[in-house]
Ligand binder design. Structure first.
Ligand code: AMP
Length: 403
C-alpha cells in the first residue's frame, strides 16, 4: 500500500487541519500524565511548520457525554504541546462557530492553533456531515494523523475528507502505524509468534481467528487462558472464565492443529485468595487450582516455556498482559514476557506491541525504546489486523491528494 503522506505536499502558506489523537491521560490536577500520543504527533506538526504552513490541531479527549466538561478540556494539553514544540500554542475554546473561525482566520504561517475537544459536540461521533463541513471550513488541506480513531467513522476522522478532494493525506503517525502493522501482516519473517493475553477470550476471537492463518506459534496467557484450561477439563477455582466460550475454546484448539499452528497455554498459575494487591498467594498447576482461589498470573514454569518460544521467533506480535500486572504480586509473568521480547528484538526479531494493555505494560517496565514498535492505537490496530476496513483510512485515500 502506497499512502499519500505529508511528505508528498508543500504546506507553504497553507492552513493544515490536522486530526491528531491527543486522547491522553490527565492526573487529578489536570496535568498530562503520559504524553506519548502528543510526542508521536510532533514530527508531523514540525514538517508543516517548517514548510511555512500553519497547523490547526483537532482531537477528542475522553468520553464527554454532557457537552463541554472541564475535565475533558483540551486546554489541559496546551502546555505539553507547547513545551514539546518549543513555541506557543493558540487555543480556540470551541472547535466550530465564530470562535474557531476567527482563530483560524487570524492564524499566520508558523503558528499552531489547538481546537477544543471535538466530542463536546455529539455530532462528532455521529459522523454528522454538516459538523464535518464546519470543521473543514477552517483549513485549506486535511491531514489525518489519528491512528487511534481510524476505526471510527467520525466527522473529523473520516467524513470530513470528502470536503478535501485532492487535498487529503496522512501524517507520520498514521504512516508508521500502518507500515509496522504491514510488517507483521504481510511480510512476517518466520517463526512468527503471537502472544495473546488480557481479560477475555470474547474480545479477541476475531483476532485469534485471523492470526491462525498467519502465525507459527500462538501463546495464550492472562485471564483468557483459564477458559481454555477449563474447556480441557481443568480445575480453575474462581479464575476468570467465560462459560459460554468453552466450546469455542476447544474449536480454536482443534483448528490450530489443522492449521499447523502450535498453541502454547500456561502450565502453572500464580493464584490469589482474593482479587487484591495484598491477597495471599500460591502457585499450582494451572489445571489444579483449589476452589476459592483465582489465577492472576502465569507461573515460573510457564515463563520458561514462553521465553524459549519467544527467543526463537523472528516476528512477534504482543497483545494483552499475562496477568494482573497492575498489582506487583502478579506482574512477574508480564514483565518476563516483556523482557523476552526485548531480548529477541536485540537479536534481530521484529516486535510489534499493541492493543489492550500490553502497551501500558511495556511503558510500566520502561521497555518502550527496546522493542521495534509500540502502537498508539489499541482498537484500531486490532481491527486492522482482523482485516476490517478502517473508515479513517479509506475515506482519506478516496479523497486523495493531487499535485
Ligand atoms: P485487555 O484490555 O483485554 O488487554 O485486558 C487487560 C486486563 O486484563 C488488565 O487490566 C489485567 O489486569 C487483566 N488481566 C490479565 N490477566 C488476568 C487474570 N488472570 N485475571 C483477571 N484479570 C486479568
Amino acid at each position: 500500500m502506497k499512502l499519500k503522506t505529508i511528505d508528498n505536499y508543500n504546506f507553504l502558506e497553507k492552513k493544515a487541519l490536522v486530526r491528531v489523537d491527543f486522547n491522553v491521560p490527565l492526573n487529578s490536577d489536570f496535568e498530562v500524565s503520559d504524553s506519548t500520543r502528543i510526542k508521536a504527533a510532533i514530527p508531523t506538526i514540525n514538517k508543516i511548520l517548517s514548510d511555512g504552513g500553519s497547523v490547526i490541531l483537532m482531537s477528542h479527549l475522553g468520553r464527554p457525554k454532557e457537552g463541554p466538561t472541564e475535565k475533558y478540556s483540551l486546554k489541559h494539553t496546551i502546555k505539553t504541546i507547547s513545551d514539546l514544540l518549543n513555541r506557543p500554542v493558540k487555543f480556540a475554546s470551541d472547535c466550530i462557530g465564530t470562535i474557531a473561525k476567527d482563530a483560524s482566520d487570524t492564524l499566520a504561517p508558523g503558528e499552531v492553533l489547538l481546537l477544543e475537544n471535538l466530542r463536546f459536540h455529539k455530532e462528532e461521533e455521529k459522523g454528522d456531515i454538516n459538523f464535518a463541513n464546519e470543521l473543514a471550513s477552517l483549513g485549506d488541506v486535511y491531514v489525518n494523523d489519528a491512528f487511534g480513531t481510524a476505526h471510527r467513522a467520525h466527522a473529523s476522522t473520516a467524513v470530513i475528507a470528502q470536503f478535501f478532494k485532492g487535498k487529503s493525506m496522512f501524517g507520520y503517525v498514521m504512516a508508521s502505524e500502518l507500515l509496522n502493522a504491514e510488517k507483521v501482516l504481510n511480510n512476517a519473517q518466520r517463526p512468527f509468534t503471537a502472544i495473546m493475553g488480557g481479560a477475555k477470550v470474547s474480545d479477541k476471537i476475531l483476532l485469534i481467528e485471523k492470526l491462525m492463518e498467519k502465525v507459527d506459534h500462538l501463546i495464550i496467557g492472562g485471564g483468557m487462558a483459564y477458559t481454555f484450561i477449563k474447556a480441557q477439563g481443568g480445575n480453575i477455582g474462581s479464575s476468570l472464565c467465560e462459560a459460554e466460550k468453552l466450546e469455542l475454546a476447544l474449536e480454536i484448539l482443534s483448528r490450530a492443529a489443522a492449521n499447523n499452528v502450535t498453541i502454547h497455554l500456561p502450565v502453572d498459575s500464580v493464584n490469589a485468595d482474593k482479587f487484591d494487591k495484598d491477597a495471599k498467594t500460591n502457585t499450582t498447576a494451572i489445571n489444579n487450582i483449589a476452589d476459592g482461589w483465582m489465577g492472576l498470573d502465569i507461573g515460573l514454569k510457564t515463563v520458561d516455556i514462553f521465553t524459549k518460544i519467544i527467543a526463537e521467533s523472528k516476528t512477534i506480535l504482543w497483545n494483552g498482559p499475562m496477568g494482573v500486572f497492575e498489582m506487583s504480586k502478579f506482574e512477574n509473568g508480564t514483565k518476563k514476557v516483556a523482557e523476552s521480547i526485548v531480548a529477541a528484538t536485540k537479536k534481530g526479531a521484529f516486535s510489534l506491541i499493541g492493543g489492550g494493555d500490553s502497551a501500558a505494560a511495556i511503558n510500566q517496565f520502561h521497555f518502550t525504546n527496546e522493542v521495534s514498535y509500540v502502537s498508539t492505537g489499541g482498537g484500531a490496530l486490532l481491527e486492522y489486523i482482523e482485516g476490517k476496513e478502517l473508515p479513517g483510512l479509506k475515506m482519506v485515500i478516496d479523497a486523495g491528494l493531487e499535485g
